[in-house]
Design a protein around this ligand. Structure first.
Ligand code: HEC
Length: 144
């Protein structure tokens, strides 16, 4: 009986580990890779990356994105579960009191991109561990 329980526990643990490994990305990992990473990499990281990031907001890794407080509001830029009060959403939807329109004055994110980031925050702003969570600026035809 005890052995059976231990075996079940072992299998369950092995299963959980396999699911959260890069070989079997979770739904949250896939969502981040599809709807969050490309937007941040293409539209934000050219400025918001590294120790000298504007407004102290470094979007290239989890702690840089989720930990700092806005110097203006003294609140986090991303409030998991609350996109309406997250400064990031205010900045990209032009609702902020901030005079600048992110990402650049003349280019806005598409509705799909804004919706993707809002939903990500609403669902808890999951940010993956390891290399999947280390982002780099991307420049291409869409993001010159
Ligand atoms: C071309 C450079 C540039 C890009 C690209 C850019 N930002 Fe910014 N961002 C800035 C600067 C500069 C500031 C600080 C402005 C200030 O304090 O006057 C800022 C400030 C912010 C703030 C703080 C606003 C506030 O009200 O305090 C947020 C949030 C933000 N950016 C989010 C983003 C997001 C999300 C993206 C990508 C979709 C992005 N930015 C892309 C330059 C950029």
């Amino acid at each position: 009986m005890f052995m059976k329980f231990t075996a079940t526990l072992f299998l369950a643990t092995a299963f959980l580990c396999a699911c959260s490994s890069p070989l079997f990305p979770s739904a949250q990992d896939r969502y981040f890779a599809m709807h969050v990473k490309p937007v941040l990499e293409g539209s934000c990281l050219r400025c918001h990356s590294g120790p000298a990031s504007p407004a102290g907001l470094d979007l290239s890794h989890r702690d840089g994105a989720l930990k700092p407080l806005s110097p203006r509001t003294k609140r986090p830029f991303v409030i998991p579960g609350d996109p309406d009060d997250s400064l990031i959403v205010a900045a990209i939807t032009r609702k902020g009191t901030h005079p600048k329109i992110m990402p650049r004055l003349e280019v806005s994110l598409t509705d799909d991109e804004i919706g993707g980031l809002s939903e990500w925050i609403e669902d808890g702003a999951y940010w993956p561990e390891g290399s999947a969570g280390h982002l780099h600026a991307v420049y291409n035809a869409e993001n010159p």
